[in-house]
Unconditional design. Structure first.
Length: 113
């Protein structure tokens, strides 16, 4: 069972209310974080509602993106964005990693080398 979890420094009741207003994902559970450190939000990525909303290569990464955006919204009042990626850094936009190797001809042309 794949789960995505994040801790937010707010009371559980407040987060449950805000979650219902914004509803970034379905099927979230809320519990008090250990040590009086806010609230844990946990989403079961394999549940039907979440998978319908999170299609693609890595549904757990997309669930974590949604949880991070929700946390930023709750804690700062906005979702931080940069000029380079105005829609934010989403898992699906991240470049695929590959082992170091020389550039091919088309990549050399793009680089102006």
């Amino acid at each position: 069972m794949s789960k995505a979890t994040i801790t937010v420094l707010r009371p559980r009741e407040e987060l449950e209310r805000l979650w219902r207003e914004h509803e970034p994902l379905e099927g979230a559970t809320f519990k008090d974080a250990p040590g009086d450190r806010g609230t844990e939000i946990q989403v079961d990525v394999e549940s039907g509602g979440v998978l319908k909303k999170l299609t693609g290569d890595d549904p757990r990464a997309k669930a974590m993106d949604a949880l991070r955006r929700f946390k930023a919204l709750v804690e700062t009042g906005e979702v931080p964005r940069s000029d380079a990626t105005p829609e934010g850094e989403l898992a699906e936009r991240k470049l695929k990693q590959r082992p170091a190797q020389p550039l091919d001809e088309s990549e050399l042309e793009k680089a102006g080398v």
